[in-house]
Design a protein around this ligand. Structure first.
Ligand code: ADP
Ligand code: ADP
Length: 226
């Protein structure tokens, strides 16, 4: 586990567009924070800076005690699930879950044990030999989560992971993600434009608009009626 600390982060894209300005907040060790705000307000850009997929124009980003501004994504101990994630269609569920580990040379009983552990965590034991096309939407979503979590990352980043699901499944997966987070105890940053999602998933919520952090509070404080 690790805390994530953003100090005055700024992102200016090559075309001069300022996507994030003066973003400062901390996500505690094992905390689940939701970034919420309208489309285009800079949420994805901020998350991608944390992941190392987008260069930081200025400011300081720490994961744990380490400044990671210049650290490559693979060395940040993070995992990310994107909107419109794609599973490897020609691989089985076990193949999808184990891919990142096989890439790093893990094999044999150790690999099997880890695949079995992640499958149990996500309720995928019965479908390990199926291919993605043979899965339900919820199962596919769980494979995407498992594939990201298989390396046991310290920080788990999710960008609108439920946006392709219907409303019923979205509600169910919200609960599953909250439960998963409780069991794993990783630090989690979850991006959404959906207030309901923010309210149900955020232990604290970071509200963004036009590239700036407007407010940071618990759901109780943010969404209570006046
Ligand atoms: P959100 O995730 O809140 O929808 P984004 O972080 O995707 O917002 O985008 C923030 C702003 O930056 C938007 O105005 C978007 O059009 C712009 N933007 C995103 N990516 C790029 C890019 N590669 N080059 C220039 N502008 C970009
Ligand atoms: P293959 O090794 O034939 O490509 P898969 O693509 O189905 O098999 O699985 C990839 C890896 O996932 C396997 O090498 C194995 O380590 C692991 N694996 C497969 N099935 C299971 C299972 N039922 N329980 C635990 N691990 C499994």
């Amino acid at each position: 586990m690790a805390r994530v600390e953003l100090d005055n982060l700024r992102k200016v894209y090559d075309n001069g567009h300022v996507a994030v300005e003066g973003a400062s907040f901390e996500v505690g060790d094992g905390e689940r924070v939701v970034l919420v705000g309208p489309s285009g307000c800079g949420k994805t850009t901020l998350l991608r800076m944390i992941a190392g997929l987008e260069a930081i124009t200025s400011g300081t980003l720490r994961i744990g005690e380490r400044v990671v501004n210049e650290v490559a994504p693979a060395d940040r101990d993070i995992a990310m699930v994107f909107q419109g994630y794609a599973l490897y269609p020609h691989m089985t569920v076990a193949g999808n879950l184990s891919f990142a580990l096989r890439l790093r040379g893990m094999a044999g009983p150790r690999l099997q044990a880890r695949v079995a552990e992640v499958a149990r965590l996500l309720g995928l034991e019965e479908v390990l030999s199926r291919r993605p096309a043979q899965l339900s939407g919820g199962q596919r979503q769980r494979v995407a989560l498992g594939r990201a979590l298989v390396r046991d990352p310290q920080v788990f980043l999710l960008d609108e992971p439920l946006s392709n699901l219907d409303a019923g499944l979205r509600a169910q997966m919200r609960l599953e993600i909250a439960r998963l987070h409780q069991r794993l105890g990783t630090t989690m940053v979850y991006v959404t434009h959906d207030q309901v999602e923010a309210m149900t998933l955020g232990q604290r919520i970071v509200v963004m608009s036009e590239g700036r952090v407007q407010q940071i509070d618990t759901p109780m404080v943010l969404y209570q009626r006046p």
